[in-house]
Design a protein around this ligand. Structure first.
Ligand code: XMP
Length: 511
């Protein structure tokens, strides 16, 4: 079934492991990130042409340190270990790893000591990015030292015959200036043809959905956002009339959102249903304050609705626009090595006993890749340029309990944020901008009278893919205008603050 060439990245918990996948895909080869304990049958079904071992926070001799799977060296595939991955290889071949005497963190220059296809077109003295506390201190016998850093530590080892390599630095980060060249060299060693691109992804996805679904019907939740629309369009291309798309009015939508989305989506070539479920969601969320509880309740409520609809339409499959960052941040794989941040409504929020079988064609893609696919599929700018909006909607932008009154306050404040930022040139450059309602009241004075009302925060961020973000330095004039409009037009809010926290340590949404 799997004809595309694939590189597997085994995830040892590095904060950079998604970047490894991105860089390899940018080079034209498909990658998947899998936990090290993935079953060999799953690995073989992907027919990998090579394996990358990611970095990670552990030390290889730690009691619970994640180890090399025992199948890995028996497959005779090229292997590239990065940082912790290199240390694992060293340990496996009876080398030695120790806590580094000179901790290397940040930029470092390397001296290339032995020629190897891995270092083709890379000049000695080039700069790379280091981030390690342990080092390989004794090289195992089948390897040669390929490079050392100027502080004398082993930076790269390899065996060209066995096609096994380790690098102590991180080729996936842009600070390693030759990083992409090195990854490309490894892909050449793996004999890759560099033929993967988003067009081939579209064709593969359609074929996979057809093989999974056959003659059955599919239901797809659509929100008007790019992810669910692209997932629905790919599914529609695969199953035609057997797709039923459903837009759910959760009551947690922004001002005018329901009408806008219905207007756009009803023109698409798929059968389109609207589920008016605001009352149901608000009842389920009544008095719930905890962010994770809110997210789980919303995930569960969505599924209850879809299952009901699916039953009435005799549908077996549920298509969703789940993206890779949703999966990573919800941390739902067997991989316990990266921490769970929040339960994205369509991943960790799903009930265990769900009857519908999932179709998630975008599960391994990043947002910008989905945008590219959307463009290729001919989506209008209204959808392509729409800001991301979380499935749990305004519920995760209202801190504390959610009710109709607080929703109405937030909608009004949010509309003002949208209108004022859209008047500026900044709008097109921002990833997201919105208002948040805080669970606080503060004292103010208006028209000589004391007020005691709620606080709204403004959030506006720049981001590439939602994984990291920086707070946007909006002009003071714009912030002032937003604040003065909210306070004079939204009765119930008497204070406005601006959130200047980057991600990390903050997240983009407040809950
Ligand atoms: P955080 O808050 O985790 O958000 O920094 C990263 C990006 O993901 C969006 N987001 C979600 N999208 N379901 C979604 O479809 C969710 O549950 C969800 N939570 C956050 C968020 O708006 C930002 O763009």
């Amino acid at each position: 079934m799997n004809s595309r060439e694939t590189i597997l990245v085994l995830d040892y918990g590095s904060q950079y492991n998604q970047l490894i996948c991105r860089r390899i895909r940018e080079l034209g080869v498909y990658t998947e990130l899998l936990p090290p304990d993935t079953a060999l049958t799953k690995v073989l079904s992907l027919k990998p042409k090579g394996i990358v071992l990611s970095g990670g926070p552990a030390s290889v001799y730690d009691k619970d340190a994640p180890q090399l799977p025992d199948w890995i060296l028996k497959q005779n595939l090229p292997v590239l270990g990065i940082c912790y991955g290199m240390q694992l290889l060293a340990k496996e071949f009876n080398g030695e790893v120790r806590s580094s005497l000179k901790r290397e963190y940040g930029p470092a220059q390397i001296e290339i000591l032995n020629s190897s296809p891995l270092f083709q077109n890379i000049k000695t003295g080039s700069s790379c990015w280091m981030s390690h506390g342990d080092e390989v201190s004794k090289i195992p016998s089948p390897f040669h030292v390929l490079a050392r850093s100027l502080s004398g530590l082993i930076s790269a080892v390899g065996n060209d015959e066995k096609k096994i390599y380790g690098v102590q630095f991180h080729p996936e980060v842009t600070h390693t200036l030759f990083g992409k060249t090195l990854l490309k060299n490894f892909l050449k060693i793996c004999n890759c043809q560099f033929s993967w691109n988003l067009n081939s992804f579209i064709q593969d996805s359609i074929q996979q959905i057809q093989e999974q679904v056959k003659e059955e019907k599919v239901i797809c939740g659509v929100s008007g956002g790019i992810d669910s629309t692209v997932a629905a369009l790919l599914t529609a291309k695969a199953v035609g009339k057997n797709l039923h798309s459903v837009f759910v009015d959760t009551g947690l939508l922004r001002e005018n959102e329901k009408q806008d989305v219905i207007e756009i989506l009803s023109h698409f070539p798929m059968s389109f249903h609207v589920s008016n479920s605001a009352e149901f969601f608000l009842k389920e969320l009544k008095n719930v304050e905890d962010p994770e509880k809110k997210r789980k309740i919303i995930g569960r409520t969505f599924i209850q609705l879809f299952e009901k609809k699916a039953k009435s339409l005799n549908v077996k499959f549920l298509a969703q626009g789940t993206l890779y960052p949703d999966v990573i941040e919800s941390s739902v794989g067997k991989n316990k090595l990266s921490a769970k941040i929040k339960t994205h409504h369509n991943v960790g929020g799903l009930p265990k006993n769900m009857k519908l079988e999932l179709i998630e064609p975008l599960r391994y893609l990043f947002k910008d890749e989905v945008r590219e696919i959307g463009k290729t599929l001919g989506l209008p700018d209204k959808i392509l340029k729409r800001q991301p909006f979380p499935g749990p909607g305004l519920a995760v932008r209202i801190l504390g309990a959610v009710d109709e009154k607080r929703l109405s306050l937030l909608r009004k404040a949010d509309l003002i944020v949208q209108e004022e930022i859209e008047k500026t040139k900044e709008a097109g450059k921002l990833w997201q901008y919105f208002a948040v309602l805080l669970p606080l009241k503060t004292v103010g004075v208006m028209g000589d009278k004391r007020t005691y009302e709620q606080v709204a925060a403004i959030r506006a961020v720049h981001s590439q893919d939602g994984m990291t973000a920086s707070s946007a330095p909006l002009p003071w004039k714009v912030l002032n205008q937003i604040s003065s409009r909210i306070i004079s037009e939204v009765k119930g809010i008497n204070r406005v603050v601006y959130d200047i926290t980057p991600k990390p340590p903050g997240t983009i949404e407040w809950e």
